[in-house]
Design a protein around this ligand. Structure first.
Ligand SMILES: NC(=O)c1ccc[n+]([C@@H]2O[C@H](COP(=O)([O-])OP(=O)(O)OC[C@H]3O[C@@H](n4cnc5c(N)ncnc54)[C@H](O)[C@@H]3O)[C@@H](O)[C@H]2O)c1
Length: 376
């Protein structure tokens, strides 16, 4: 008989929608030994929004008290899709109550918090995941396979950018993402966190970093028209790094890339081959091999829709592409598999912590204007 697991979602806006869609759809496409039941959606207040949200996505109940939700003995899984400051207290309470926890990135406000979350989850013996959803893009899992098979050789460079432009208008109102107290950091935690996780996944651990950050618009109007508020979270953060294996890395994340909406791209160059990926072309991986593609052949574009490609056999016939929302469905599939099999998974809280250590080193480096070693 299929075992049911009761899910509690904390946070009902952007990520709340993406995660709800994943919980609702995962069993329609993947055969799973357990069935997620959308038990309760929790926000900051009970209002028309949360009631409508619950109705739309099929959550059985709503709440505005996360403490009650995570201590409810009927809940098996806590999904933290709320803003960054809430991740640590909610995750700590949830793992101590024996719940499996999937938590959005950045895992925590600091590496210290992230480490405590990892150790608490490990001690509790629960399944824990940091929701680095880009790891669940088939093209990127395939990229990792090519690297592990030795097709790329020794990696020399990993160059990544994540560009958005939603803050270019100085009149765009102040939101929690501009507040270091609520967000921990700005573009850095929001966007570099994804890039750093991908870099760790594909290249390996980061040894040291040299970073720069800026806040281009220092004050923004508050929504209620009562004045302005000082922006305290970075608008842009860039850094260089050495990886432990000798590769060099460069990273840029900015909310001031005029014209770019959600443009994530990286290029990876190795001794035997190269890879290029762009999120706007999520179904494609660019691959160059020194063995097969010399002369005038250049890069080849692998369309990642064959049934042999990661996750694709669950979806459509060759040539029928998938999208951004599928990464969240893949994510909860892995999470539910790990619960069913009582196994570890990656990206876990461990990965969330290691990424946060790189992030903290970048902030320290930009403040001190010097290279900083990543805490081991
Ligand atoms: N994986 C991705 O691609 C991706 C994309 C965007 C955001 N995120 C991450 O997801 C998280 C949420 O971001 P978002 O864009 O959904 O933000 P959002 O502002 O759209 O929504 C935040 C939600 O959190 C809720 N919330 C905050 N504190 C709470 C509390 N104490 N109790 C109950 N609810 C609380 C708010 O009510 C709101 O529903 C952030 O950590 C963000 O970094 C990840």
């Amino acid at each position: 008989m299929t075992k049911e697991v009761n899910v509690a979602l904390i946070g009902t806006r952007f990520m709340g929608r993406a995660h709800s869609n994943a919980w609702s759809n995962v069993r329609k496409n993947f055969k799973l030994d357990i069935k997620p039941v959308l038990k309760v959606a929790c926000g900051r207040k009970i209002d028309d929004h949360i009631n409508e949200f619950a109705k739309q996505y099929g959550w059985e109940a709503v709440s505005d008290q996360w403490e009650d939700v995570v201590s409810d003995p009927n809940i098996d899984i806590v999904d933290i899709s709320a803003s960054n400051k809430s991740h640590f207290p909610i995750a700590m309470a949830a793992v101590k109550a024996g719940k499996h926890v999937i938590c959005e990135k950045p895992l925590a406000m600091t590496a210290e918090e992230a480490k405590a979350m990892y150790l608490a989850a490990k001690e509790a013996g629960v399944v824990h995941m940091t929701a680095f959803n880009y790891r669940q893009v088939p093209a990127l899992i395939y990229a990792k396979q090519l690297i592990d098979e030795g097709k790329i050789g020794d990696i020399r460079h990993f160059d990544a950018v994540y560009y958005q432009d939603w803050l270019i208008n100085p009149d765009f109102p102040f939101v929690w993402r501009n507040d270091i107290v609520e967000a921990g950091s700005g573009a850095h935690g929001d966007m570099n966190a994804h890039l750093v996780d991908l870099a760790r996944y594909l290249v390996g651990e980061v040894a040291d970093v040299s970073g720069i950050q800026n806040i281009f618009v220092k004050e923004r109007p508050v929504r209620d028209g009562s004045g302005t508020r000082e922006v305290t979270a970075d608008d842009a953060t860039s850094f260089l790094c050495h990886f432990n294996n000798g590769a060099l890395g460069s990273f840029i994340s900015t909310r001031f890339a005029t014209g770019r909406k959600n443009y994530l791209k990286f290029e990876l160059f190795g001794s035997k081959g190269s890879l290029k990926f762009e999120l706007e072309r999520l179904n494609e991986l660019q691959y160059f091999s020194t063995e097969d593609d010399q002369g005038d052949q250049g890069y080849r574009t692998i369309l990642m829709t064959e049934s042999v490609h990661p996750f694709i056999s669950a979806w459509w016939p060759p040539g029928h592409i998938i999208g951004w929302e599928h990464t969240f469905i893949h994510e909860v599939k892995l999470f539910l598999d790990a619960i069913a099999l009582k196994s570890d998974l990656s990206p876990s809280f461990y990965d969330g912590w290691r990424t946060q250590s790189v992030m903290d080193a970048v902030v320290k480096s930009s403040e001190k204007k010097t290279w900083v070693k990543v805490e081991a």
